[in-house]
Design a protein around this ligand. Structure first.
Ligand code: ADE
Length: 418
């Protein structure tokens, strides 16, 4: 079996941590039990480009239980948990290509290793694997059943591919399922990016001024959690509706170049590029910390930051101090890469349980409906989304009401009025 991980000696710790996560992923465990019996992915080659974490390991076990021949590579150079990568190889016999801190060349070498298994299905987080498949490995597209995509950034890229006619297989946007973005993006990133901030800096949030750039699901989660821990929160936005929502949720709203003047912490969560650009970086308060909760390391203009910097040193793991030419000190967290996975452990298993239930059911759905699907981006069918929510409620021991026949009739009718 081919693999490239940091050290196989780390496997025992990885196995223990994967089991811990498994105890918090009951929905995925239920799907795994069914997959073992029904074998919906039997004999299918799957290439998965995901953050190599304990939660991902349990997803890989589920796909494998469903009969898939799985290979996994990292979807980010800094997010790999090396003990998990080792455990995947040693304990679960899954070819794994992921090393925390790998350089860009190694990162792409790992994606190529996954594609060289000639997959029929992809599972991607950010669309790098699908992009490479459509460029360097386009000759393999004919054999593809389709793919799934985990994150907002990846879905944006896929929709651009679809619109330009470049997409040559069906893709399920798991991110767009309600049981994914309502929970994972908001509560998952909201908590885990703050976790990364605190682990990296040991900062006290109470009394700090935190600027959150972007008020999508991730921004909403970050702002709510920072506020909940006593921070004063300002939101920056480009969308008037989201800006209004932030204002009515009780947050200050300002343009980014202004907001940063008084910020202790600036967190980007937009999915866009150069949100913290030269002017905003120059305006940062002396001692400000800047980090990114979005998928790619493009939200903070790192080239502009270099140009503004006269010297730089690492003052704590994953914290680089930049002395700017204007005399101010600025602290860049996790090299501008996604803070929650680089400096902490990513989203807790409890929330990844739903996201990865969507991935597993999404893969099964693609196989079952391969004949009917075009080269388009699809959402997970609502029935599957609701089933995931139902199973999660059940696992949480929560019960809800059902519409009575009278209520169902009332909601179907239009005659009854005042
Ligand atoms: N994305 C965010 N958190 C994650 C996690 N814990 N595992 C895999 N992907 C993630």
């Amino acid at each position: 079996m081919k693999f490239h991980v940091k050290s196989l000696d780390l496997a025992p710790m990885g196995v223990q941590r994967i089991q811990w996560a498994d105890w918090h992923m009951p929905v995925l465990a239920r799907i795994r039990q069914r997959f073992e019996k029904e074998q919906p992915l039997k004999g299918l080659r799957m290439a998965c480009c995901l953050h190599v974490t304990t939660e991902t390991a349990n997803l890989m076990r589920t796909l494998q239980a469903g009969g898939a021949l799985v290979v996994v590579c990292a979807s980010n150079p800094l997010s790999t948990q090396d003990d998990v990568a080792a455990a995947l190889v040693v304990e679960y016999k899954i070819p794994t290509f992921a090393i925390k801190g790998e350089d860009n060349a190694t990162y792409y070498q790992h994606l190529r290793a996954a594609l060289e298994t000639n997959p029929q299905l992809t599972m991607d987080d950010g669309c790098d694997l699908v992009t490479l498949l459509h460029t360097e490995y386009a000759n393999q597209l004919k054999g593809m059943i389709g793919g799934t995509e985990e994150t907002t950034t990846g879905v944006i890229r896929l929709k651009a591919m679809e619109q330009s006619g470049a997409l040559k297989m069906p893709v399920l946007a798991v991110n767009d399922a309600m049981t994914k973005h309502f929970f994972d993006n908001r509560y998952g990133t909201g908590q885990s990016a703050i976790d990364g901030l605190l682990r990296a800096t040991n900062l006290l949030l109470a009394g700090a001024h935190v600027v959150v750039c972007g008020y999508g699901w991730v921004g909403k989660g970050l702002a709510a959690r920072a506020h909940g821990m006593g921070a004063r929160v300002t939101v920056t936005e480009v969308d008037p509706i989201r800006a209004l929502e932030a204002a009515m949720d009780g947050f200050a709203v300002q343009p980014v170049a202004e907001a940063v003047r008084d910020a202790d912490v600036v967190l980007t969560a937009t999915g866009s590029k150069h949100v913290l650009d030269k002017t905003a970086l120059e305006n940062l308060k002396d001692g400000a910390m800047v980090g990114n909760a979005g998928h790619f390391n493009v939200e903070i203009n790192l080239v502009a930051l270099e140009e503004l910097t006269c010297c730089r040193r690492e003052v704590r793991p994953l914290v680089h101090e930049h002395r700017l030419k204007n005399g101010k000190l600025v602290y860049l967290l996790a090299e501008g890469r996604l803070l929650n996975l680089a400096a902490a452990e990513g989203h807790p298993a409890v929330v990844m349980d739903m996201s990865f239930a969507g991935q597993a059911l999404g893969a099964e759905y693609l196989v079952q409906h391969a004949q009917e699907l075009d080269h388009k981006v699809y959402v997970l069918p609502e029935a599957l989304d609701r089933e995931i929510a139902r199973l999660k409620l059940e696992a949480m021991g929560l019960h809800i009401d059902q519409l009575t026949p009278e209520q169902q009739e009332y909601l179907r009718s239009w005659q009854a009025g005042t």
